[in-house]
Design a protein around this ligand. Structure first.
Ligand code: SAH
Length: 234
């Protein structure tokens, strides 16, 4: 439980992007464009005002700040010192409060189990050596009745075409090597991780993203990017 579940090369890669994290036209552009959809998805399924929220693999804090703006009391963790620094600095601009911590999710679960009303873990599991351990730690951090929200990329030819060929090689939206196909997660595998962690999968939806219009919306097609909500039984 206390072994560190992290790929240092992945952390270094995100550290290099930290300085431009809040530039909506920089490498985090897809995260900025997806954010309203995932925030709405969360807000429709749980009460944010006054909720204790945890954002796992928070990066520069795009979702963490949105959760705080919606009235949640937010803790956010990441293992990249550079992104945590940028996230903290951005609070000076946004005048919001988020408790950013440089900490792994397994360590936080050992420290504060059954603490949070909701946990989000967005676009992070596909960068971790053992995603199941992250899901289990997220589950431990939830209070009974709390919700886990996860999003990631499916392991399909369509996801390879969109997220690797399209985004990294053709459009150059993301640096090459941002994603590794083998680490993409099928919804059936995600469902198995959630089940193993004692969570009940409630909703799964695809997120369609058009990099040209920069529009994002929920869709039934889960072949590329998808988001899910799972509840810890009361
Ligand atoms: N969740 C944010 C950022 C996604 S980018 C958003 O969707 O806006 C992926 C983030 O996961 C990066 O900030 C990276 O540093 C972090 N990350 C990768 N492996 C991690 C690990 N093992 N533990 C914690 N954070 C990790």
């Amino acid at each position: 439980m206390n072994t560190i579940n992290v790929d240092p090369a992945e952390i270094a890669k995100f550290g290099r992007l930290a300085g431009r994290w809040w530039d909506p036209d920089g490498e985090s552009r897809p995260l900025h464009d997806l954010n309203p959809v995932r925030l709405a998805y969360i807000a429709e399924r749980t009460t944010l005002r006054g909720a204790r929220a945890l954002d796992v693999g928070c990066g520069g804090g795009i979702l963490s700040e949105s959760l705080a703006r919606a009235g949640a009391e937010v803790t956010a963790i990441d293992l990249s010192p550079e992104v945590i620094e940028v996230a903290r600095l951005h609070l000076l601009e946004s005048a919001l409060t988020v408790d950013y911590r440089l900490l792994g999710v397994e360590a936080l679960a050992a420290e504060s189990p059954a603490t949070f009303d909701l946990v989000s873990c967005m676009e992070m599991l596909e960068h971790v050596p053992d995603p199941r351990s992250v899901v289990e730690a997220c589950a431990r951090l939830l209070r009974p009745g709390g919700c886990l929200f996860v999003s990631t990329l499916n392991r399909t030819p369509a996801a390879f075409a969109a997220a690797i060929l399209g985004a990294e090689h053709v459009l150059r939206l993301l640096p090459r090597g941002t994603h590794h196909y083998a680490q993409f997660i099928r919804p059936s595998e995600m469902a198995a991780h959630l089940r193993a962690a004692g969570l009940e999968l409630q909703y799964l939806a695809g997120i369609a993203y058009n990099p040209f219009t920069r529009g994002a919306r929920l869709t039934e097609r889960v072949s590329v990017n998808y988001i899910a909500c799972a509840v810890k039984p009361a």
